[in-house]
Design a protein around this ligand. Structure first.
Ligand SMILES: Cc1cc2nc3c(=O)[nH]c(=O)nc-3n(C[C@H](O)[C@H](O)[C@H](O)COP(=O)(O)OP(=O)(O)OC[C@H]3O[C@@H](n4cnc5c(N)ncnc54)[C@H](O)[C@@H]3O)c2cc1C
Length: 416
């Protein structure tokens, strides 16, 4: 009988397994997919590295600081702030604490009032005061309510805050909680948004490389978890009929699968996103590693990035990878969507877009779970005797949430 079976080799499952092994507890990780990483995967297409949906590592995440070697990932950082297209031209929002030289440019940008720019400072202070854990205890309201209560003007909301936060929360109404707003703002203030050389999948791969050989079994889909099926243990059943017994089972799947395997759990609602990745002869942002936001209030594209401007190996030499994000699901066919976005991009970036070629249309229906309530993932998560649950749906919909939740379960289980 195995000591611990971990179902899911996403960031939560891998961090749980690393925590267990660091404390001398034997474990086996099973995953239905053919590679580790779960929602953090990168496909190679014609020499381009396409992350499955635009995502970034925030270097201030405590869990990634603890578990990852940033040097080995050869991180490339985004410049703090963003370039924002508005109806009256392009402007820049930067972080005056880290780019004081750009303060004047930011103050002049047609993105909000002077008072709004002072309110950004107040929001930064509110986000960075106290401990990170205490953020999850603050009085809860939606991010939109928080921003309104802080007096941000509609102009600032529409031109910058809605596209910026909308791209992170994958919803533009900003119904996500103010706790998540404070958390994200704090992480952006205390570190950088970054990409590893060669793609985001290098993150789970690095975690998996720290496990003992043969800890991860891939292509192993779990279809049932049976409680107390064997004396002193539990049984899991794989899609091919194989049965494995273990003293403890950690369910580190996405929230929907976890709810199918464990009826006591409620399935979360999901935020969706559609990402179109393009091969371009050169970067439309002039090689600057910066987030570009659509603050016009029109069009489908919420944000655009050029990963090959940020980190090595995202595009073959002499070309650029452009990644565009549309929040939510799109009903058009791939060809229709590509054609519509090409027209929109031409309006934003000019005639160069005619030389761009769509490499992939990525439709990610289950991207971020709607987490209620979010937590710092310190709580011990057992659903029944010997059954443990971790994952972003139990903490916060982020790399930090997934890893902290996995670590927390690993620590609690090892202490049993
Ligand atoms: C498009 C997109 C953008 C994002 N942007 C960011 C960002 O910028 N910053 C950030 O911090 N976070 C971001 N996130 C969120 C972050 O990626 C997730 O919160 C995190 O990866 C979740 O990890 P997890 O281990 O909890 O779940 P998952 O990654 O879903 O892992 C679950 C694992 O369980 C496996 N599994 C499922 N069912 C079974 C089964 N029956 N049997 C065996 N195995 C099974 C799956 O194959 C998977 O490997 C983004 C996510 C997406 C999709």
């Amino acid at each position: 009988m195995k000591e611990v079976l971990v179902i899911g080799a996403g960031l939560a499952g891998l961090t749980c397994a690393r925590t267990l092994q660091a404390r001398g507890v034997e474990c086996l990780v099973l995953d239905a997919a053919e590679a580790v990483g779960g929602r953090v995967r990168t496909d190679e297409v014609e020499g381009f590295r396409l992350d499955r949906g635009f995502q970034v590592l925030l270097t201030a995440y405590p869990a990634t600081r603890e578990w990852l070697s940033y040097d080995a990932l050869r991180l490339g950082n985004f410049a703090p702030g963003a370039r924002v297209l508005t109806p009256s031209g392009e402007g820049r929002v930067s972080d005056p604490w880290r780019a004081p030289g750009r303060m004047w440019e930011t103050l002049r940008a047609p993105i909000g009032t002077l008072a709004d720019k002072l309110r950004v400072g107040a929001l930064r202070l509110a986000s960075t005061r106290g401990t990170l854990d205490a953020i999850w205890e603050r009085a809860k309201r939606s991010a939109a309510e928080e921003l309104r209560a802080r007096g941000f003007s509609p102009l600032m909301l529409e031109r910058f805050l809605r596209p910026w936060l909308g791209g992170i929360f994958l919803e533009r109404e900003l119904t996500t909680s103010n706790r998540m707003l404070f958390f994200v703002y704090r992480m952006f203030s205390e570190g950088y948004a970054a990409l590893p050389a060669g793609g985001m999948q290098r993150i789970p791969e690095q975690l998996a490389a720290g496990l003992k050989p043969d800890t991860c079994r891939l292509g192993a889909k779990v279809v049932a978890v049976k409680s107390g099926a064997t004396s002193g243990g539990h049984e899991i059943v794989l899609a091919d009929g194989e049965r494995i017994n273990a003293r403890h089972v950690v369910i580190a799947c996405d929230g929907a699968t976890a709810a199918r395997l464990v009826p006591e759990l409620a399935a979360p609602a999901w935020r969706s996103v559609t990402c179109v990745q393009w091969a371009a002869p050169e970067s439309p942002l002039g090689g600057e590693p910066v987030l570009w936001l659509n603050g016009t209030g029109h069009g489908r594209i919420n944000n655009l990035v050029v990963p090959s401007d940020v980190a090595a190996d995202y595009a073959p030499k002499g070309s650029a990878l452009v990644s565009t994000t549309v929040i939510g699901e799109c009903i058009e066919t791939d060809a229709e969507l590509v054609s519509r976005l090409s027209v929109e991009l031409t309006g934003h970036h000019g005639a160069v877009v005619k030389d761009w070629r769509a490499l992939a249309v990525q439709r990610i229906r289950c991207a971020l779970p709607v987490v209620v309530p979010e937590s710092g993932a310190k709580a011990k998560q057992t659903v029944r005797e010997g059954h443990w649950v971790c994952g972003d749906h139990f903490a916060s919909a982020s790399i930090q949430g997934a890893m902290a939740s996995g670590q927390s379960v690993g620590e609690a289980l090892a202490a049993e």
